[in-house]
Design a protein around this ligand. Structure first.
Ligand code: PMV
Length: 339
């Protein structure tokens, strides 16, 4: 009744922003991402009939009440699937700091889904695991398969899941995450998803998405960095336009939700200058101020060299990732990647 699993977070090239069903985390639109091998969550789940309550530790500390409640709700889903009643001990560790600008909920719920389902005696296939992880955190559905991944929006619980569109070795790109703002974000992604449909640009973004998805998918499969990069920058900006024109959930004196900070804009302009000078690098941003830079593997050293003075000035740092594998079992009975 015990299993350990690991998963990487993922970075969306085409973003998930808005939910048609917040309870099931059914997204308004499909999304495309890559797993980031520079960061990992490892989670152990042990069910025991002797245990009276679920106990949850995150990075060796008891989880906060809201975090614990979210984990317990996910354990309940697994218990219902497996028909078990036992309570669990959950211990989860991230090898990256919470302020790294990388959403740990994706790797956390992917690793938890695999560890808890195995510990409860289930052997779920990749699709079912992706559906389960999605209910913990939408983007976690994309950390189950390996490499480059698409999450089809679906209309019902059973057809909203992620699947691989290319393995990690398909394309030797680097994601250099520039951490230029270590403050916790002011508005959670959950609140942002809820506010999004109130932006007058939400429907315009949705109307453009089928074309964006086709362009990004095609460029990714063709390893065409120029077409890929320009499309993903426009896509990230379109998500942030929606954010900036969505009502802030708590601060009615603000016209919208601003995830970008001064460091974000410095990097956006730096990326454009580097490109003009011949270093092919593109940016994307999630619901936070930190900036993910994408370049060819062979350009990593040049990019780090260009980035270093700016990071020193902004008192930031960076984390480098290659395309990573899907969620996997660790230790005893290791079965390798699920994909
Ligand atoms: O899975 P959530 O609720 O944390 O939403 C993720 C939202 C973005 O990171 C901004 C976009 C994405 O597709 O990952």
């Amino acid at each position: 009744m015990k299993a350990t699993a690991a998963a990487h977070p993922n970075l969306a090239f085409v973003k998930y922003w808005g939910k048609v069903d917040p309870r099931l985390n059914l997204p308004t639109n499909p999304s495309i991402s890559v797993n980031l091998d520079g960061a990992t969550t490892v989670t152990t789940v042990a069910f025991s009939d002797e245990r009276e309550t679920d106990q949850v530790f995150i990075n060796d500390q008891p989880a906060s009440p809201p975090a614990r409640q979210r984990v317990v709700r996910h354990l309940d889903r697994v218990r219902r699937l497996a028909g078990v009643e036992a309570r669990a001990l959950v211990a989860s560790r991230n090898d990256f700091p919470a302020d790294a600008g990388i959403a740990s909920s994706a790797s956390a719920f992917a690793a938890l889904s695999l560890a808890a389902s195995r510990a409860a005696g289930l052997e779920l296939d990749e699709r079912t695991l992706s559906i389960l992880a999605r209910k913990g955190s939408g983007s976690a559905s994309r950390s189950i398969p390996g490499g480059f991944v698409e999450w089809q929006a679906g209309e019902r619980d059973e057809d909203s899941y992620a699947y691989p569109i290319a393995p990690p070795e398909h394309w030797d790109i680097r994601v250099v995450t520039a951490i230029v703002d270590q403050q916790p974000k002011a508005v959670s992604s959950g609140q942002g998803h809820r506010a999004a449909p109130q932006s007058p640009f939400f429907n315009a973004r949705l109307a453009a998405l089928p074309q964006t998805l086709t362009t990004v998918r095609r460029a990714l499969l063709d390893r065409d960095l120029s077409a890929f990069g320009l499309a993903l920058e426009r896509e990230a900006v379109s998500m942030h336009v929606v954010c900036m024109t969505s009502p802030h959930p708590e601060r009615d004196w603000l016209s919208g939700i601003y995830y970008w900070g001064p460091g974000s804009m410095r990097l956006v302009h730096a990326v454009q200058a580097w490109r003009r000078e011949g270093l092919e690098v593109y940016f994307t941003m999630d619901a936070g101020a930190n900036v993910h830079l994408i370049c060819r593997g062979g350009d990593q050293a040049e990019l780090e060299g260009a980035l270093c003075p700016l990071l020193l000035e902004l008192e930031g740092w960076c984390l480098v990732s290659r395309p990573g594998r899907g969620a996997w079992l660790v230790g005893e009975g290791e079965a390798g990647a699920q994909s």
